[in-house]
Design a protein around this ligand. Structure first.
Ligand SMILES: Nc1ncnc2c1ncn2[C@@H]1O[C@H](COP(=O)(O)OP(=O)(O)OP(=O)(O)O)[C@@H](O)[C@H]1O
Length: 284
């Protein structure tokens, strides 16, 4: 008997999302086809307004496509979210100001007891095979993210980078099968950003989640990703899917290598082509 292949972690089929109507109609996403295999680190890059956040919101089940379909491990995003299979880190960290770092990251477990039981079989099978179903040690995750010394501090006592790391650890704490990050490092300086990239990769390595990471930074996309998705606006669409075949772990020194620069050039060229495409120019 032939077995059907396991479902993709994330799948979009001809997904379309429109805002407004008539003269104000805006096609935020059009004809988006995408399959992301479990465990991949995928970045999404493209000019402002090309639909990157809309794409994340569809996967997170915060919005529905007007046409086409979206699924997470073969179930709808709504079902996946109710089983706590999806974690979302927005641009601003949104921590509870009266709880310290450890309390902030531990809170989701307290309010989501039993969510694991709702996970579909495909996701449960992957977790069991990788031995990942037990609750993670939040103190250990905080140490991994460089927050070992800050566990008992309140959010107001943290730097922007520390707050963002706390939000990332909190989201990873429920062991989401799919982790969505919307430009989490955009407000941070270059140095802090690079060190957070390293810590994010350590957490991803530990947690084995499938990651979709929105960024405006070409070098960040190359450093972090297995695959970079390039998008263009008017209408928002995928124009290129580029696999990054650089060895891991990717240290800070890799950024200076010729192979790394070649990938950066490839993505920059793809972004420029996207802007020059007739579709984009006609709509602009
Ligand atoms: N709730 C909404 N109502 C109307 N239009 C919207 C809404 N959300 C997004 N849009 C429009 O849809 C398009 C895509 O927006 P989206 O936020 O997904 O782009 P983005 O690529 O994430 O942009 P940025 O890089 O600036 O964050 C934009 O033109 C935006 O103005």
């Amino acid at each position: 008997m032939t077995q059907s292949p396991p479902p993709a972690a994330i799948s979009l089929t001809n997904a379309r999302r429109i805002y407004g109507s008539g003269e104000t109609e805006m096609v935020a996403l059009n004809g988006v086809d995408l399959d992301i295999a479990p465990g991949r680190f995928v970045s999404v890059i493209g000019p402002s307004g090309c639909g990157k956040s809309t794409l994340l919101r569809l996967i997170a089940g915060l919005e529905q496509p007007d046409d086409g379909a979206v699924s997470v491990y073969g179930v709808t995003p709504e079902v996946a979210c109710s089983a706590k299979m999806v974690g979302l880190v927005p641009q601003a960290p949104a921590l509870l100001p009266w709880l310290n770092v450890l309390q902030n990251v531990s809170l989701p477990h307290k309010i989501n007891k039993g969510a694991d039981k709702k996970r579909p079989a495909a996701a449960q099978a992957i977790e069991t095979a990788s031995g990942m179903s037990e609750i993670p040690d939040m103190k250990e995750l905080l140490r991994l993210a460089g927050l070992g010394e800050a566990m008992h501090k309140l959010p107001a006592e943290l730097s922007g980078g520390m707050q963002q790391r706390t939000a990332i650890v909190r989201a990873f704490g429920l062991r989401p099968d799919v982790m969505l990050l919307d430009e989490p490092f955009s407000a941070l300086d270059e140095f802090t950003r690079e060190s957070l990239q390293e810590q994010l990769l350590d957490l991803w390595d530990e947690m084995k989640s499938t990651v979709v990471f929105v960024t405006h930074s070409v070098s960040e996309a190359v450093r972090l990703s297995d695959t970079v998705i390039v998008m263009a606006p008017n209408p928002g669409r995928i124009v290129d899917v580029i696999d990054i075949e650089l060895a891991r772990p990717r240290s800070a020194s890799m950024i200076k290598t010729a192979a790394f620069h070649q990938y950066e050039d490839l993505i920059r060229e793809s972004l420029q082509n996207a802007w020059r495409s007739p579709e984009t120019q006609n709509a602009a």
